[in-house]
Ligand binder design. Structure first.
Ligand code: SF4
Ligand code: SF4
Length: 78
């Protein structure tokens, strides 16, 4: 069980994490950051298998996976 943590200000909406996720649980969100990019979002974090492919491919270190007792999506705005 894993948390999907996205640092919103770092995301540039490139979609690499969305394309690589084997579970297809990442998508373009509806919230924009200060640069106008729609920040990646997960509507189904409970389906994450923790492979961390999304974390590895993100060129801006905007997305992290961490162990969790109750899986959730966390948007960090800074
Ligand atoms: S860790 Fe794997 S399954 Fe979970 S969101 Fe990232 S790519 Fe998808
Ligand atoms: S790979 Fe990183 S920068 Fe690209 S959409 Fe995903 S979180 Fe945003």
């Amino acid at each position: 069980m894993f948390d999907i943590v996205v640092i919103g200000e770092r995301c540039k909406e490139c979609g690499m994490c969305i394309n690589v996720c084997p579970k297809k649980i990442l998508e373009r969100g509806e919230k924009t950051n200060s640069r106008g990019f729609y920040v990646t979002y997960s509507p189904k974090p409970e389906e994450c298998v923790g492979c961390r492919l999304c974390e590895y491919v993100c060129p801006d270190f905007a997305l992290f996976i961490r162990p969790s007792s109750s899986p959730t999506y966390i948007l960090v705005q800074r």
